[in-house]
Unconditional design. Structure first.
Lengths: 284, 260
């Protein structure tokens, strides 16, 4: 009686696939990883051109250090002089504090706005205004209020990232399937149980997407905040290097920031796959 | 022995407000369902059969009138009742086993016990080998087996089924009907089953409540005097003269309904 169902399961690839020839495997690897291959090739090509432009003397190295010089600088920074560490540490501290606050406040704020109508109505204009406003413009104000220490920076980082998380969380909470909420109610779920067992799990992919979006904004805020009023941090380092025509050092800072952003973003993507495998059918 | 009614619907009416207009979905429905009976609500779309089922479950309150289940007035969902949904209603982030445990989890049944009861229910619907699969990895028929297991695991006194096989292909649908009877004929819970298929209602039910649309009301209650158990005798039952006779009669009633 179960036969037909089982066949469907087999057709969907739940059991081991038959072996294939090496050629077929290679061509399927190509079709799956095509983007990665082509993308890597593009990057390698771009770096090579950049290097040539520098070593052939087409552009003054003061304006554009070639990758080899940046790499050397990178090595010096980390392994010879060690000048980078206090800056990385300062930036990481600000970013981590701001990021933690973003999640700790942004997720509950989004849930509140998604679930309580009155809250949404009250908070919507504020969130919209703050999300759209160029937050950097408020930095002088925060420095006035909180001083030039870490807290004015944490504040601006927090405000830079919190709303993408809140808005995405709200969208996720609102996207919860009404039919599933009704199922839970029928099985005697309380309001809290509906939230915890249905609404929040449904919102997980949205929340993670919001957190990923916030990472980019947070790193911008780290750099800008350190441009303004700071004597440490990657933003300060980049600013100072630029002022002293040390373009290689500028690029070292940029590479660290970009690497951090990509790394965290990928980490979250991985995390989401693990937490919400159901949101990616066909990608197991 | 006087058998107390399992479900007693007394003069229940229900109104929806659709874009400012009041729509009467149910108009003064009276209905008595006996314990251990399999009763189908049959009728064309718009006859309020799903609304009536949701009122019996307690998901919605009737605008007027009331419902009693086992002598207790329904004011909201209860652990005594469990529903099987048309679109399955499985949580996509839960595995088969976790979905089957869902109702027990909400009721605060301890982890060990709910696991055992969910597993037993999944064995009953023959999904014991698919415990760790997610819904998107299951076929429609398997998904509804999970939906059925989730309801059975809570051991309800009243099982409510809202067109549970409506979105399945015809062959799977027939298999599921047989499966349902195999399970039901062994322990005979009271079942209220919503369908718009005459064959389905006839094959499964002890009683068919024929409903009319606009506004939804009970037109007739028909006793289905086909012998049981039926699950192993599907073809004989469906080929029997009595089955054909009842089907013709119901179809004539429905046709008249649709012409009105």
């Amino acid at each position: 009686m179960m036969q037909s169902d089982v066949h469907v399961a087999v057709a969907k690839g739940l059991t081991a696939r038959p072996r294939r020839s090496a050629g077929a495997r290679l061509s399927s690897l190509w079709s799956q990883r095509r983007g990665l291959f082509v993308g890597s090739l593009g990057v390698i090509l771009a770096v090579a051109i950049w290097e040539l432009v520098g070593t052939l003397g087409l552009v003054d190295p003061i304006l554009l250090s070639p990758p080899s010089a940046v790499a050397r600088k990178f090595g010096d920074n980390f392994f010879r002089t060690g000048v980078i560490y206090p800056h990385v540490l300062a930036s990481a501290q600000e970013a981590a504090l701001g990021f933690a606050l973003c999640i700790a406040i942004g997720v509950p704020l989004g849930i509140l706005m998604g679930r309580v109508r009155l809250m949404r109505e009250i908070l919507d204009p504020f969130v919209m205004a703050l999300y759209s406003a160029p937050m950097v413009a408020l930095l002088p104000l925060f420095i006035l209020w909180l001083g030039v220490g870490i807290w004015s920076k944490v504040m601006i980082i927090f405000l830079g990232g919190v709303f993408s998380i809140a808005i995405n969380t709200q969208a996720g909470v609102e996207s919860a399937d009404r039919a599933l909420i009704e199922v839970a109610r029928s099985f005697t779920a309380t309001r809290l149980q509906v939230l915890v067992k249905v609404v929040l799990p449904a919102a997980v992919p949205f929340i993670v997407a919001g957190i990923r979006l916030s990472i980019g904004r947070i790193l911008i805020m780290v750099v800008v905040a350190e441009f303004y009023a700071s004597s440490r941090g990657l933003g300060f380092l980049i600013m100072q290097a630029g002022a002293t025509f040390d373009t290689a050092q500028v690029f070292v800072g940029v590479v660290i920031l970009a690497g951090t952003s990509i790394g965290l973003s990928q980490l979250l993507r991985l995390l989401e796959r693990r937490m919400a495998p159901w949101a990616h059918p066909g990608q197991e | 022995m006087v058998v107390e009614a399992a479900v007693e619907v007394a003069n229940a009416s229900h109104q929806f407000s659709v874009s400012g207009r009041q729509l009467l979905v149910l108009a003064g429905v009276n209905l008595t369902i006996q314990r251990q009976h399999f009763v189908s609500l049959l009728g064309p779309s718009g006859c309020g059969k799903t609304t009536l089922l949701r009122i019996v479950d307690g998901l919605i309150r009737p605008t007027s009138g009331h419902v009693q289940v086992d002598g207790v007035r329904v004011v909201g969902p209860s652990t005594d009742r469990a529903m099987v949904f048309q679109e399955f209603g499985l949580m996509p982030w839960r595995t088969t086993l976790q979905n089957a445990e869902f109702g027990l989890e909400l009721q605060g049944v301890p982890r060990h016990e709910r696991r055992q009861r969910a597993m037993a229910a999944l064995e009953l619907v023959q999904l014991g080998d698919f415990l760790e699969h997610y819904p998107h990895q299951l076929s429609g028929g398997m998904k509804q087996r999970v939906g059925l297991a989730r309801a059975l695991a809570t051991n309800p006194r009243l099982l409510l089924m809202d067109e549970p096989f409506g979105s399945l292909d015809p062959q799977t649908r027939e298999l599921m009907q047989i499966e349902l009877l195999r399970i039901w004929e062994s322990d005979r819970k009271t079942v209220v089953f919503v369908t718009h298929s005459i064959e389905e209602a006839l094959f499964l039910s002890d009683q068919i409540v024929l409903m009319s649309p606009r506004p939804g009301r009970v037109r007739e209650v028909l006793d289905v005097d086909l012998p049981r158990p039926r699950w192993e005798a599907e073809e004989e039952i469906k080929a029997s003269p009595r089955f054909t006779e009842l089907r013709r009669y119901l179809w004539a009633q429905l046709k008249a309904e649709l012409r009105d």
